[in-house]
Design a protein around this ligand. Structure first.
Ligand SMILES: Nc1ncnc2c1ncn2[C@@H]1O[C@H](COP(=O)(O)OP(=O)(O)OP(=O)(O)O)[C@@H](O)[C@H]1O
Length: 587
């Protein structure tokens, strides 16, 4: 075989018939006998179909990596633009202290002496910086316009949305108490009551020896059975939590509060609602209050401030009818309707747009982002040594956590910090099963679900909410939660821990475990919890946020560990983990 002798000659410009000669690119010989490479354009990228054909379908074409590809399928949360987040950040950076808020002196005093007593270097959190001045302010411009047209004060509506454990309770409670105290001065009914009281005192002094009973004891206080502010929360445990904080503040601010839930008997509930000394702030669950308002509509006749805490729950399908009833019945007297939530699910977003189009949204810059100080580790339960045994993987993970606590104070179980671990499962029935198994493996575990008696729920949870001494956290010095993967209780992705669950006779000291469902994921201030185990992969990013939000509260560090088996959405877990690592808002 020899080359053509014409190979080095320039090509003829035209054919013998006079037609221009062009190199035919689609001929099988088009690329042959060229003196130079003659590359006229960039090679065309192969189509997905071509790649598939050439690899016989084995190799998948590589796509440009799209953030949250799997999460886009579920897209549970309403988006907040990054522009909006940046401008809020700039705005709240100007507030540095609680003194910057025009709160009444007694309300301001109650922060350091009651609500956050024992803490040093107190500064308001982002949601407090954002919400307190707005809630304290007069009406919004739109409301003002409407009220001046109708001659009636229009109801203001707010949505406070901020990360879990970021101090939302104080963000609404302080301005509401401030408003109640200011309104007291203007209240003519109360003024009349005060006058009667003074006259009564005078009369008593004059007739010192008179035997007649004091007439005032029969006159109920104007607020008896007609509170001015109502706080709705989803569970009786939260009634206790918010109620306790409210009571603390009442020592300095001087107002009457009452908490009611199904944890109390009918008699206690009646006594609290209809105390002759009156009630200013009522904390309740929606179902209970809605049913009381059926028989006694007057109960909602005087409410000026209605707070729907955990609004994403209270306006979902199970609670919405009761919550809406209360909103409707309170509306005639309402001055402020305040919704509060750690997430804005898309369903809540569209409900609010329809029902409360004028609602003002006060959203913090990090909404929907799980703080970076909370790490997420993944345990693949399909791998050795678990081979698909999830419950064993859970017990082993807890042993790793507990042993790390013991290692920090070797030989001194008194001094070793007690580790509190929350385990979240998706189904209520599973709580008992997992708790029993953990107990059989020497772990102190309890189950908490809707069937747990109310009294026991509070007792159980209190071990996870109390932290002594209460202090502003020093996150950087928390060596027990070092971010390094060499930490002895850290179970990184795809690395099975070296130990397998020990025999049952062994007991894991200094570790308390609570196995629960979503019931324990909403609002409970589990300050003492550093570890959250997601036994089941949560159904949505909303659940991821709430469950992981039980750790890493108020600047503390925490660790989440998710157990994934072959039926779980690994892509979703991977994206949540990546999002957390980058500090991105989930979708
Ligand atoms: N300014 C502050 N500085 C330090 N700690 C604070 C401050 N404000 C509130 N806290 C504390 O932060 C903890 C969490 O507060 P809170 O329960 O109100 O959070 P949250 O935002 O309602 O959380 P969740 O969304 O889970 O319900 C509480 O223990 C509270 O005492």
């Amino acid at each position: 075989m020899s080359l053509s002798p014409k190979v080095s000659r320039p090509p003829a410009k035209t054919t013998p018939s006079g037609r221009p000669v062009g190199r035919r690119t689609n001929s099988p010989f088009a690329g042959m006998n060229q003196g130079s490479a003659d590359i006229r354009r960039e090679p065309r990228a192969r189509s997905e179909a071509e790649v598939k054909r050439s690899s016989g379908g084995r190799e998948r074409p590589k796509k440009a990596k799209e953030p949250f590809h799997a999460l886009k399928m579920q897209k549970a949360l309403s988006a907040v633009s990054y522009g909006q987040r940046t401008s809020i950040k700039a705005k709240i950076s100007q507030t540095e202290s609680f003194d910057d808020f025009p709160l009444l002196p007694m309300v301001k005093d109650s922060i350091a002496t009651q609500a956050l007593s024992g803490m040093v270097d107190l500064v308001p959190t982002p949601i407090q910086r954002l919400a307190i001045p707005v809630l304290l302010g007069n009406e919004t411009r739109a409301a003002r316009r409407r009220s001046s047209a109708s001659g009636k004060k229009a109801m203001e509506q707010f949505l406070l949305a901020a990360e879990t454990g970021s101090g939302k309770t104080l963000a609404y409670l302080l301005p509401v108490l401030d408003a109640i105290k200011r309104a007291e001065v203007m209240d003519t009914e109360l003024e009349a009551q005060r006058k009667v009281q003074e006259e009564e005192e005078e009369r008593k002094k004059a007739n010192f020896h008179a035997l007649e009973p004091p007439p005032l004891s029969n006159i109920p206080h104007p607020t008896t059975g007609r509170p001015r502010a109502i706080i709705l929360v989803p569970t009786s445990e939260l009634v206790t939590q918010v109620g306790n904080l409210t009571k603390l503040l009442s020592h300095t601010v001087k107002f009457r509060s009452g908490l009611i839930s199904s944890a109390y008997s009918g008699k206690v509930i009646r006594n609290r609602l209809f105390a002759p000394t009156g009630i200013d702030v009522l904390i309740s669950t929606p179902h209970l209050l809605a049913s009381i308002s059926e028989s006694d509509p007057n109960i909602l006749s005087r409410v000026s401030h209605l707070i729907i805490d955990e609004a994403d729950s209270l306006l979902d399908r199970s609670f919405a009818p009761s919550t809406s009833t209360i909103i409707d019945k309170s509306t005639p007297s309402l001055e402020q309707l305040i919704l509060c939530s750690a997430t804005i699910p898309r369903s809540l977003d569209s409900y609010l747009r329809k029902r409360f189009p004028d609602m003002r949204r006060l959203v913090t810059p990090n909404l929907h982002a799980i703080p970076r100080r909370v790490q997420l580790g993944v345990v693949d339960v399909e791998k050795e040594p678990y081979r698909g045994n999830k419950i064993l993987a859970c017990a082993d993970t807890i042993w790793s956590i507990g042993k790390a606590a013991a290692e920090h104070a070797p030989g001194d179980s008194e001094r070793a910090e007690t580790k509190r671990v929350l385990v979240f499962v998706n189904e209520r029935e599973k709580t008992q099963e997992v708790a029993e198994y953990l107990k059989s493996k020497g772990i102190e575990a309890v189950a908490l679900n809707r069937d747990t008696p109310e009294q026991r729920q509070s007792e159980t949870l209190s071990a996870f909410t109390t932290i002594q001494p209460k202090s502003v956290p020093q996150t950087s010095n928390d060596s027990s939660l070092s971010t390094s993967s060499s930490g002895s209780n850290y179970i990184p992705l795809n690395r099975a821990p070296s130990t397998v669950t020990p025999p049952p006779r062994r007991h894991l000291p200094n570790t308390k475990v609570l196995v629960t469902t979503d019931l324990g994921s909403r609002g409970i201030d589990t300050l003492a919890v550093r570890h959250v185990i997601l036994y089941d992969v949560p159904h949505s990013t909303i659940d991821f946020i709430h469950r992981l939000g039980r750790t890493g509260r108020m600047g503390r560090r925490g660790r989440g560990i998710v157990l994934v088996s072959k039926n779980d959405r690994r892509d979703v877990v991977r994206e949540v983990k990546e999002g957390m690592f980058k500090g991105q808002a989930l979708i």
